[in-house]
Each structure stands twice: as C-alpha cells, then as structure tokens.
Design a protein around this ligand. Sequence first.
Ligand code: SAH
Length: 236
Amino acid sequence: MNLPTNVDPREIEKFDRVARLWWDPAGKMGMLHVINPLRTRFVTDRADLRDAKTVDIGCGGGIFAEALARAGARVVGIDQSPFTLEIARQHAAQSGLAIDYRLQTVEELAAREAGRYDVVTCMEMLEHVPDPAAVVDACARLLKPGGRAFFSTIDRSLKAWLFAIVGGEYVLRILPRGTHQYARLIRPAELRGWAARSGLDYIGVASLMYNPLGRRFRVADGREDVNYMASFVRQG
Ligand code: SAH
C-alpha cells in the first residue's frame, strides 16, 4: 500500500489487525469505551456541537465520532486504516447515524476544506504519527476563525511510561501490547507550542485519572497528567 508521508505503516497495520475489536467494550480497545463519556463531555462543555461542522481525525472505529454525532454535530471522520473505516461505516449504519467516513489524511483534507469546520477533534492519534506538529497545523487550517480544536494524547514522562506502557500494556493489560512507543508520546508544552505556531490559542487542559480498582477514570480539570486532553480556539 502506498501511504502518504506523515503516516506510519506499522501503526496502520496495528490498527487494521485489531479493527474488529473496536466495538467490543470487554476487548482490548475497551478502555476507549470507558473514557468515551468523559472525553465527550470535555468537548461538549467547551463547544456547542448542535449542527456544528465537525471532523474527527484518526477516528478509528468511530467510538468518539458517534458520540459527537449523537451530541448533534455533523461529523466527518478520517483515518488511514481501511479495515477500521469499514467497521466504523457498518457501525454508524446500525446506529442510524449519518457520519461521513473517509480514507484521507488530515493534510489532504486541509488542502481541500481549509476554514470550513467549527470543531476539530483528534483523540489518541497524535502519538501514532511521525510528525504530530504537522497534524496539529492541518487541524488548525481546517477551522473557521473562532473554531475549536481538541486533542488528547499521552505525556512523555517517567510516570506516563510506568502507567501507560508498563502498567497499561504489561501489568494490567488493559491496552494491547505495543500500542504506545515511548518516544512518540507528547509533552503538553510541546502540543501547546505546535498549536501556538499554527494560530491556535490555548484554552485549557484536563487529565483522565485512572483508578485500577473498578476500572474507572475521573477528569481532573486543569491538570497535566499521563492522559491529557487540551482545547484550543482558532485565532481571528
Ligand atoms: N480517535 C479514536 C481512535 C484512536 S486510535 C478514538 O479515540 O476512539 C488511533 C487511530 O489513529 C487509529 O484508528 C489509526 O488507524 C489512526 N491513525 C494513525 N495514524 C494516522 C494518520 N496518519 N492519519 C489518520 N489516522 C491515523
């Protein structure tokens, strides 16, 4: 397969392989279902999604994209994993949701539809691409002035290595092994710096704090921890 440059083929193969697991809450992608209501609320508390033209970058099987659609957004979802997109399309059809899923990179989409979106979301995706700053920049270009961008990713810190990689993949085994490479993780200050250079003003951050007893997360507003979410507004 001929992939665009800012796509890591090993990452895409990994997601292709687990594509049938996206909608199994008890399976290896189950954590995404656990955190989904919390990250959805992070967005709905900070952006009016009713009829908002929204794009979800690296949408996977559509767990987050469907939540955005249910909150009233008009949703486009893009990903580079063909099997994953097939699952996403089937699931949206079963759910009766009109989500426009496309095999496209964010850079390609930004070249065609710059300035057209009210909301851009990019959850748990930046840590899987060779050049995350370019993804952030393309996200910024997609937005109308005043549009909102939301990113979630994992910090590159000793604590994140211990909790997200060692703890998550090897001890608790709540994530498939090899999901995250330490060097690809992203410090909050790096994300803020890329966003600022791309014309995105920082609004705020929150973290998903995991409690292994009960497999629960809670949101710590204003905190930069292992699993963090940040929001921005497009200048102008
Ligand atoms: N955002 C979804 C899925 C996160 S998993 C959620 O949070 O529920 C990361 C997703 O990013 C996978 O579906 C993978 O195929 C996709 N991905 C990885 N590199 C990509 C790229 N360069 N462009 C688009 N999607 C990419």
